[in-house]
Design a protein around this ligand. Structure first.
Ligand code: PMP
Ligand code: GLN
Length: 382
């Protein structure tokens, strides 16, 4: 029997590869993006409480009402935007599901989808599996900002969707009001929808504000905003997130969601609903992560790398282009094996796998681990 792959170019993700290598080598794992510390024990107690109370059967397809309401309350508090929790909020099994369901809901055979290059790894496969055609618009190095002239010239009559990600993985670039306004201007008279991946919405630095696409009246009517509790509450292993979209888009989104996963773990939903009732739990996140970013960047000053502190997300990119021609993949593997610090080579995020000699480090780790990694990085030979 022969199988014709639907994704012939796709192998195992770099996150799995580097995390395994880190584990095999006993290295400090600053590669895959997940916190190296545990979540608040209060959250674990809440899940236990709801499990013990017997909330262990299927949740409603769109999410338990109290969690959808709490998500709407958070959205009002943080962005000043009113959402109808019945018709505009859907709880899903992680942002990955939200992204896949949103793309599947609207992309048909031959539709063009604009995405920025580099992009998070699940976007292009979602487009291709739905018969869509990814159209890559390169971001402008070194800050990974958007070149709007390039976006404009990439829009065609076939463009159905634009996929954005702010704060951006891997660069940390945070969209500005001008970015939002320019996007709105470009698409307002066209039949183009948006998927906005905002999983790092609560992780921005130096007083920068995350501008959700929900805050823009023109963009809001045509956007699926995808969020993740994994990032916000240090529970990436729970795989729980949400999709915020206007009624008509939510209707189509739920048609896909109900056949992908149908619903998301019930006790987790009740626990998160309780936990969200205290806004300080997400409002203090920028400060929490800024301390880690600053600690990491301070230490990086004693290494040969060049860098600009990240604007958002829990990733810091570093360049070694001025020192060596070694490929970023080879260097990431070598650093893991030889000095015991794992990172991600960012060439994997580019559609053409172009090597800009940049590595990505995740600083969502305990301070002693960050210090230890920095100590090792000071001694590297490039
Ligand atoms: N989008 C981006 C930009 C990410 O970095 C990640 C990784 N966690 C996801 C989506 C997936 O989020 P989740 O784990 O909630 O599926
Ligand atoms: N988002 C995480 C990262 O960028 C990885 C999540 C995953 O492994 N799927 O590192």
């Amino acid at each position: 029997m022969s199988i014709s792959s639907k994704l012939p170019q796709v192998g195992t993700t770099i996150f799995t590869t580097m995390s395994k290598l880190a584990s095999d080598c006993g290295a400090i794992n600053l590669s895959q993006g997940f916190p190296g510390f545990d979540c608040d024990p209060v959250l674990v107690d809440l899940v236990t409480k709801h499990m013990k109370a017997g909330l262990n059967q299927y949740a409603p397809m769109s999410g338990v009402p109290i969690l959808r309401e709490q998500i709407a309350v958070k959205t009002k508090l943080v962005y000043g935007v009113d959402l109808n929790s019945e018709t505009e909020v859907t709880v899903v099994s992680g942002a990955t599901e939200a992204i896949y369901a949103a793309v599947t809901a609207v992309v048909k055979q031959g539709d063009e989808v604009i995405l920025f290059d580099p992009a998070y790894d699940c976007y292009a496969p979602a487009i291709e599996l739905n018969g869509g055609v990814p159209v890559f618009v390169p971001l402008e190095l070194p800050d990974f900002s958007v070149n709007w002239e390039n976006v404009k010239s990439s829009i065609s009559d076939k463009t159905r969707l634009i996929m954005i990600n702010t704060p951006h993985n891997p660069s940390g670039y945070v969209w500005t009001q001008e970015d939002l306004d320019t996007l709105a201007e470009l698409i307002q008279d066209r039949d183009i929808l948006i998927v906005s991946d905002e999983v790092y919405e609560h992780i921005t630095f130096d007083g920068r504000e995350h501008l959700s696409l929900l805050t823009h009246p023109i963009l809001r009517e045509r956007t699926f905003v995808c969020g993740s509790f994994g990032k916000t509450f240090h529970v990436t292993g729970w795989k729980i997130g949400y999709c915020l979209a206007p009624l008509k888009l939510t209707e189509e989104f739920r048609k896909i969601h109900q056949f992908l996963t149908f619903s998301t773990a019930t006790p987790l939903q009740y626990a998160l609903a309780d936990y969200l009732s205290e806004p300080f739990r997400y409002l203090t996140l920028p400060d929490f992560y800024q301390k880690k970013r600053d600690l990491f960047c301070d230490g990086l000053k004693n290494t040969p790398f060049k860098f600009t502190p990240a604007q958002g997300s829990f990733f810091q990119m570093v360049s070694y282009a001025h020192l060596s021609q070694e490929s970023d993949y080879d260097l990431a593997v070598r650093l893991t094996k030889e000095i015991g610090v794992a990172s991600i080579p960012i060439s994997v995020f580019f559609s053409d796998k172009k090597d800009h000699k940049i590595l990505r480090f995740c600083f969502a780790k305990d301070d002693p681990d960050l210090m230890k990694a920095l100590g090792k990085l000071q001694n590297i030979k490039l």
